[in-house]
Write a protein that binds this ligand. Structure first.
Ligand code: LLP
Length: 463
């Protein structure tokens, strides 16, 4: 969406309260490949297809709302990340973005590793056959039960987040007669340019151990002394939905500095560094994300240069993209229920989902795009707000966008780039039934997560 001050003042139909206006896209039927999954296309007839399947048929078979995920796109993005480093780095998909057993199998088949951050994600990974040594366990407050399960299963690494956890993991490992490979998560003091709630490397927040004040160096000192731990590296994750590489470069530089200090103090060269996830994706045509290849080259170059300067062997790099792999691969398919024109303001389009299937707009002011997908239209653009069916006015899916003025109840519209942090953050607010995730590939579709039913709700309600 191009948001710019309107030189001539607001015009009817495109007024925004902020005194800005959106320029409608030149062609409302066009589907920008930046924001849509790779196999999405509009047929000559006007409707949209994905994986060779018409969205109208998908809506008929699976109902709406539904997350529709392009499996071949997901796999292609996995391969792009794996190949970007030429085999010289490990890619851990961040399961918090979206995880299901099918996803675990795809990751396994495409040669990726998996970052989990809870017992539930760990259970999903193990139950779908991800080899434990390819799993990393994260979290700033892992329970003893989660730690035990991970150590018993033999996960490849546990990322330690606090002084207490260093001792906790060591005790569990010793009790189980194991030596657990661990990394220490540090905060490097970088202000990532993203929403405050998803920035994680500045000092005043809950994650990691600060490099500042020698705290991270102290954590290394303690971890190296404990028999239950094999300290293999340092971890830094600076935030999410970031476009600017500068933060990653500073982070890499500071982590390498710590490795040099550790070598000087202990005579130990830690063999791994993990630079986390956080790479941004395009939610609207205005966003310009980087390609994995470009990111890999930049990160490898900076780590190599810093290590050479410090006289260190270059450690094995790992990264943890979540959003950048799954985000662009899915869209949410909704049916329009009501169309309400507010004179001189905008038109509210109510869909059959809302903040229960996409909380990101309400939570982070996230911007999304939207398109009419069950047909094409030559009608003029109309300024719309796509809202859900929940009982509050903050229930907004797409704050400001243009749709053809003839959009009507029964039309299907779709919001692209909803693969990450939508199903995984979905809720049952107002006892909404969480939508299915439908995977499509080569003309075939199947639910990899089925739609919730009222029986599912009742099963938990044991009063
Ligand atoms: N590694 C660690 C340690 C993380 O905490 C995260 C995300 C990732 C990797 C993956 O980040 P990604 O590549 O997906 O940006 N719910 C928020 C995002 C929270 C991110 C939490 N950690 C959102 O919807 O924007």
């Amino acid at each position: 969406m191009s948001r710019s001050a309107h030189p001539a003042g607001p015009r009817h139909g495109d007024v925004l309260p902020e005194g800005h206006y959106f320029a409608p896209p030149a062609d409302l039927n066009a589907l920008d490949p930046k924001v849509w999954a790779r196999t999405v296309d509009r047929t000559d007839e006007g409707s949209v297809t994905v994986g060779g399947l018409d969205v109208r048929a998908l809506a008929e078979e699976f109902g709406t709302p539904a997350y529709v995920l392009d499996e071949s796109d997901f796999r292609a993005r996995c391969r792009a990340w794996r190949d970007a480093f030429g085999g010289e780095a490990d890619v851990f998909y961040a399961g918090k973005a979206f995880l299901s057993r099918a996803v675990v199998r795809w990751l396994h088949e495409e040669g990726l590793n998996l970052d989990v951050c809870s017992g539930g994600e760990l259970a999903t990974a193990l139950s779908a056959g991800m080899p434990a040594e390819r799993i990393a366990l994260h979290g700033n407050n892992k329970s003893i039960a989660e730690i035990e399960r991970a150590v018993e299963a033999g996960v490849g690494r546990i990322v330690l987040d606090s002084f207490q956890e260093i001792v906790r993991v060591a005790h569990v490992a010793e009790r189980l007669g194991k030596r657990q490979r661990v990394q220490i998560r540090v905060t490097v003091g970088v202000e990532a340019h993203t929403h405050e709630f998803i920035a994680t490397a500045h000092e005043d927040q809950k994650f990691g151990i600060a490099l500042a004040g020698g705290r991270a160096a102290e954590a290394v000192r303690r971890a190296l002394k404990l028999d239950g731990l094999e300290l293999v590296g340092i971890h830094s994750h600076i935030g999410s939905q970031i476009f600017d590489m500068a933060g990653f470069e500073v982070s890499a530089r500071r982590v390498v500095q710590l490795l040099a200090e550790v070598r000087d103090e202990h005579g130990v060269e830690l063999p791994e560094i993990d630079l986390g996830g956080g790479l941004g994706i395009a939610y609207t045509s205005d966003d310009d994300p980087r390609e994995p290849q470009e990111i890999a080259v930049a990160l490898s170059r900076i780590v190599t240069r810093e290590c050479e300067a410090a006289g260190l062997a270059v450690p094995r790099i790992s990264v943890e993209p979540g959003r950048a792999i799954v985000g662009p691969t899915a869209f949410t398919l909704y049916e329009v229920g009501t169309v309400k024109e507010l004179d001189g303001l905008r038109t509210y389009i109510s869909v059959d989902g809302g903040m229960s299937d996409n909380i990101r707009t309400a939570l982070y002011d996230a911007e999304y795009s939207v398109a009419l997908v069950s047909r094409s239209s030559d009608a003029d653009p109309m300024l719309v707000r796509v809202v859900g069916k929940h009982c509050e006015s903050g229930d907004i899916v797409v704050r400001d966008a243009f749709l053809p003025a003839d959009v009507a109840p029964g039309d299907l519209i779709a919001v692209p780039a909803t693969g990450a942090y939508c199903r995984s953050m979905a809720s049952n607010y107002n006892h909404a039934l969480r939508p299915p995730v439908v995977a499509v590939q080569d003309g075939a579709a199947r639910a990899i997560v089925r739609r919730e039913t009222e029986e599912d709700l009742m099963r938990l309600d044991v009063g």
